[in-house]
Ligand binder design. Structure first.
Ligand code: 3PG
Length: 211
């Protein structure tokens, strides 16, 4: 089992690409002020580890995870910095086992029956589905949900305010992730009011869909 109730409750996971570590806390605060209590900071920049550390130290209400984790080394850096969960674009068994051994929640990307079966075998019941818009989106996950009814997905890739409700309505979607909530450019330009507004709108959608 690798569920984080707060992630389900939030319904969305903003995916942040942060170039300057000092932008991390204002980004996290903007996300929190929009009513979203989780975020994924991706290891696509050199600032990732420091950014996670800053948020983890300064924003106790934020459940910060690390994304785009491609190696055990990054996994260690992320958890040393305070990452509460690990997201990987694909299923890396070393990363997954390392996290499971330490009770760290891990969401590897799984888009084929073989990958999902491996994830189940390793004890997971929530997986990332990336890139959702390329691997069939809702239709793809729906077909996979027939044999894998116990598995829930966190789709990312091509999700935005326009299709969020559609994704969240599906019972097999645990939460939806994406960069539309805190765009790289918005973070770099300090458009924190916009990030707060987008997160607020997303939360409204989550509540409407689940009411
Ligand atoms: C991810 O890492 O999950 C994706 O890059 C997010 O995809 P998006 O930028 O299309 O939201």
């Amino acid at each position: 089992m690798n569920e984080i109730k707060e992630i389900y409750d939030c319904g969305v996971i903003p995916v942040a690409i942060i170039e300057r570590a000092e932008d991390a806390v204002p980004t996290a605060e903007a996300i929190l002020s929009g009513g979203v209590c989780t975020m994924e900071i991706t290891f696509r920049t050199y600032a990732a580890q420091k950014a996670i550390e800053n948020v983890s130290k300064s924003c106790p209400k934020m459940i910060v995870g690390a994304g785009t984790v491609l190696s055990l080394e990054q996994c260690r850096q992320a958890t040393d910095a305070g990452a509460r969960f690990i997201v990987s674009p694909g299923l890396n068994e070393k990363i997954t086992a390392w996290c499971l051994d330490r009770n760290i929640d891990v969401f590897p990307g799984c888009v084929t029956p073989t990958e999902i079966m491996r994830a189940i075998d390793m004890g997971l019941n929530v997986v990332k589905f990336f890139p959702a818009n390329v691997y069939g989106g809702l239709a793809g996950m729906k077909v996979l949900s027939a044999p894998f009814g116990s598995v829930k997905f966190i789709p990312t890739g091509g999700i935005g305010g326009e299709n969020l409700a559609e994704y969240l309505r599906a019972g097999f979607v645990y939460a939806a992730g994406g960069s539309w909530l805190c765009g790289k450019k918005d973070i770099a330009e300090g458009n924190f009011d916009k990030i707060a507004r987008l997160c607020g709108e997303a939360r409204k959608t989550v509540m409407e869909v689940r009411s």
